[in-house]
Design a protein around this ligand. Structure first.
Ligand code: BGC
Length: 258
């Protein structure tokens, strides 16, 4: 693994036991990075990701950390440094969504979605950056946002609030951390075939309505997102910061008269 796009790099990926996070972990490892697989709850998924990486000759550790708990993400970053001596790339991928009419949203639902999707990236990035600054090292932060950092999603107000916040957090940190050579960008996936969409994909009419809104006529794959995440983590993206990269088959620009 000497000629990958991420050879010699160490990447922490939150929520890497399934879906987009696992896809990125496998791709980064295939490109030569040592990977820290953060997960919460899904031991089997995390173990499977590690085994797949090792079977292909890559390096990975798994760390259980709830991103919504600042003390746990501090330990996550510490474990990355303990295992690999540094951490160059952070992918804030862990995310949840919970639909519901605005008037029915409970405080517990709000806290669940905002804590994982916004407080999580905030304090994980803080812990990641503190170690970089102490070591005087450059770094990359990539947040898994959504088309819904910009586009409405009725009945998912907490999700939109979190992703909209993540957009401004990314912009703000890009400016604050740029002088330290730490770049910060967002990826905004549209509808990707992952566990977060299992329910919708099993609902024929809902799936057909969604696909009618996607100019490229299909849902995205893990590779569609992981390829972009690889580019943003690679040396090719050294001059890119403060931007959101949309990977949605055209969904965000699509409008239909019914
Ligand atoms: C959400 C999916 C949704 C997609 C497109 C994603 O951020 O997680 O549930 O299908 O956006 O609306």
């Amino acid at each position: 693994m000497s000629d990958g796009k991420l050879t010699g790099k160490v990447a922490i990926i939150t929520g890497a036991s399934s879906g987009i996070g696992q896809g990125i972990a496998l791709k980064y490892a295939a490109e030569g990075a040592s990977v820290v697989i953060d997960y919460f709850g899904n031991d089997a998924g995390a173990t499977s990701a590690k085994q797949q990486i090792e079977a292909a000759g890559g390096k990975a550790i798994i760390v259980a950390a709830d991103v919504s708990k600042p003390s746990e993400v501090g330990s996550l970053v510490d474990q990355a440094w303990a295992a690999f001596g540094k951490a160059d790339i952070l992918v804030n991928n862990a995310g949840v969504e919970k639909g519901g009419e605005f008037v029915d949203v409970l405080e517990a639902d709000y806290d669940f979605v905002l804590n994982v999707n916004l407080k999580g990236p905030y304090f994980t990035t803080q812990a990641f950056v503190k170690r970089l600054l102490a070591a005087n090292m450059p770094g990359r932060v990539i947040n898994m946002s959504s088309v819904h950092e910009d586009m409405v999603f009725p009945h998912f107000s907490t999700y939109c609030a979190a992703k909209g916040g993540l957009r401004m957090l990314m912009r703000d940190l890009a400016v604050e951390l740029g002088p330290k050579n730490i770049t910060v960008n967002n990826i905004a996936p549209g509808a990707i075939s992952t566990p977060i969409n299992t329910k919708m994909m099993a609902d024929g009419p809902q799936l057909r309505a969604l696909l009618a809104n996607i100019p490229l006529g299909r849902m995205g794959t893990l590779d569609d997102v992981a390829n972009l995440a690889t580019f943003l983590a690679s040396d090719d993206a050294a001059y890119i910061t403060g931007s959101t990269y949309v990977v949605d088959g055209g969904l965000m620009r699509s409008y239909h008269e019914q």
